[in-house]
Ligand binder design. Structure first.
Ligand code: HEM
Length: 409
C-alpha cells in the first residue's frame, strides 16, 4: 500500500532557500498556496489573486502591526510608539485617505513628469564621473545608492542645500531598515534613533517654511493645512519623514536589482542600447522579475477566515509573497523568462489598493532615467564581477550590498 505523500518541510527552514527561492515558491503556489512558516510564525501566501485580494481587503487584513498577536508595543511615550499609533499603516481608513490626499497630488504621473529635469540633474551629477572610468567600479555606492535619497531631498526640500547630505542618507536608510519585522533588535534601535533625528530635521524645516515658504513639498504641505493645529504639524512630520524613508532605501535597492538583472541578461542590454524606447516597459519587467525573492509584505488578520481551505486566526500574520505573485503562471506566461518586451500587467510590487505605493511613478521615473544614464557611460565590454559581490545577511534575506562592475582597462 502506498504511503500518503508527506508535506515537505518549510523551505524557510533551508538555509539555501534565499539563494534560489523560485522552485520552492512554485511548489508552494501549486500545492500549498497558504503555507505556515514555523520559524517566523506567519502564513506565506503565494498566489497572485490571494496577494492582490489581501492587499485590498481591510475587512480581512490590515497593515497595522498592532493587530498582530505577537505585537509588542514600544514603550509608552517613546517616539516609536507614536509612529506605531499614528503612521500611515495604523490610521483608520477614512483618516488615512485624508492624510494621503495631502501628498498624493505632488506625486501624480503629471506632477512627476514635471520633476524629470530635477531627477536627471541629480543623476547626471553621479553619472558624470563614471564616463571614461576604468577598472572595477562599485556602481551601487557610486551611483544607485546615493541617487534616490538626493532626489527625494530635492523634492521635499529636506535637508536644505549645503546641509549634511551623507548624514541625511544614512538616517533615511537606517529608518527603513529598522522598520521591517524580523530584523535584529540592534537594527531596530538604530532605525528608531534615526527616525527621531530625521523627524526633528523635518519639524525644524516645517517651522521655517511656515514663516518663509519656498518651492518645495514641505512649503506646499504647510500651506495646505491649518498650522494653528499642532497635530497637523505632526502629520506633516510623519508624512515627510515617511516619504523620505520609504523613498530612499527601496529605490536604491531597486536600482541595484535593476542593474544586476540586466547584467544577468546581457542580450537585454544590447536591445536597450539599440532602442531606448523599450526602457519604460523594461523597468516594469525588471520589477516583476527581479523584485521577488523570498520576501513579501506583512498583513495581519482582523478576523478569523478561511483562505484556500486553510483556517486563518484573527491576529495572525500573513506574508504576501512578491515572488509568488510576480512569477504566477496564472497571470504571466513563462514567468521565469525575463523578457523586456512582455506586458507585465497586474504588477503587485508596489502593493495594491488603499496603501498602494505613493512613490510608484517617481520610482519608475528614477529607475528609467538611471538606466538611460548607465547606457551612456557603460562600456560595451563591461562585466559584472560576481566574485567581488558582498552580501548582508538578515534573518530572512541575503541581499547584495555592492555592484562591482569591471569597466575594462
Ligand atoms: C522601487 C521602489 C519602490 C518600491 C518597490 C516600493 C514599494 C512599496 C510597497 C510594496 C508599498 C505598499 C506597502 C503596503 O501596502 O504594506 C509602498 C508604500 C509606500 N511607498 Fe513605496 N516603493 C518604492 C518607492 C517609493 C518612493 C520613491 C516613495 C516616495 C516618494 C515611496 C513612498 C511610499 C509611501 C509613502 C508608501 C505608503 C503608502 C500608504 O500607506 O498609503 N515609495 N511602497
Amino acid at each position: 500500500m502506498s504511503q500518503p505523500a508527506e508535506t515537505p518541510p518549510s523551505p524557510f527552514l533551508d538555509p539555501a532557500f534565499p539563494d534560489d527561492p523560485y522552485p520552492a515558491i512554485d511548489r508552494l503556489r501549486s500545492q500549498e498556496p497558504v503555507h505556515w512558516v514555523p520559524n517566523f510564525g506567519f502564513w506565506f501566501v503565494t498566489r497572485h489573486d490571494d496577494v492582490k485580494r489581501l492587499y485590498n481587503d481591510p475587512e480581512y487584513a490590515t497593515p497595522d502591526r498592532r493587530v498582530w498577536e505577537n505585537y509588542v508595543a514600544p514603550e509608552e511615550g517613546s517616539f516609536m510608539r507614536w509612529v506605531s499609533d499614528n503612521g500611515l499603516f495604523s490610521l483608520p481608513p477614512a483618516e488615512h485617505a485624508r492624510v494621503r490626499k495631502l501628498v498624493s497630488a505632488s506625486l501624480t504621473p503629471r506632477a512627476v513628469a514635471r520633476m524629470e529635469d530635477q531627477v536627471r540633474e541629480v543623476i547626471d551629477r553621479f553619472a558624470q564621473p563614471l564616463h571614461g572610468r576604468r577598472g572595477v567600479v562599485d556602481l551601487h555606492s557610486e551611483f544607485t545608492d546615493p541617487i534616490p535619497n538626493t532626489v527625494i531631498s530635492r523634492i521635499t526640500g529636506v535637508p536644505p542645500a549645503g546641509d549634511d547630505e551623507d548624514r541625511f542618507r544614512q538616517l533615511a536608510q537606517d529608518t527603513i531598515r529598522g522598520f521591517f519585522q524580523f530584523v535584529d533588535p540592534s537594527l531596530q534601535k538604530k532605525g528608531e534613533d534615526a527616525f527621531v533625528e530625521l523627524s526633528s530635521w523635518v519639524r525644524e524645516m516645517a517651522k521655517e517654511r511656515r514663516d518663509s515658504p519656498r518651492e518645495d513639498m514641505i512649503s506646499d504641505l504647510v500651506q495646505a493645512t491649518n498650522l494653528d493645529d499642532q497635530l497637523q504639524t505632526e502629520e506633516i512630520v510623519m508624512l515627510v519623514s515617511g516619504l523620505i524613508s520609504a523613498g530612499s532605501e527601496t529605490t536604491s535597492i531597486g536600482g541595484l536589482i535593476a542593474l544586476r538583472t540586466l547584467f544577468d541578461h546581457p542580450d537585454a542590454i544590447t536591445r536597450l542600447r539599440a532602442d531606448r524606447s523599450l526602457l519604460p516597459n523594461a523597468i516594469n519587467e525588471i520589477l516583476r522579475f527581479g523584485f521577488g525573492g523570498p520576501g513579501g509584505l506583512p498583513r495581519y488578520a482582523v478576523r478569523d477566515f478561511e483562505l484556500r481551505g486553510t483556517q486563518i486566526r484573527k491576529g495572525q500574520m500573513l506574508m504576501l509573497s512578491f515572488g509568488g505573485a510576480s512569477r504566477d503562471p496564472a497571470i504571466y506566461e513563462d514567468p521565469h523568462v525575463f523578457d523586456i518586451e512582455r506586458d507585465p500587467r497586474e504588477l503587485l510590487v508596489f502593493g495594491n489598493g488603499p496603501h498602494y505605493c505613493l512613490g510608484a511613478n517617481l520610482a519608475r521615473q528614477e529607475l528609467r532615467c538611471m538606466l538611460d544614464a548607465v547606457l551612456d557611460f557603460l562600456p560595451e565590454a563591461a562585466r559584472y564581477r560576481e566574485d567581488l559581490q558582498e552580501v548582508e545577511e538578515t534573518a530572512m534575506f541575503r541581499r547584495p550590498v555592492n555592484l562591482p562592475v569591471d569597466f575594462g582597462d
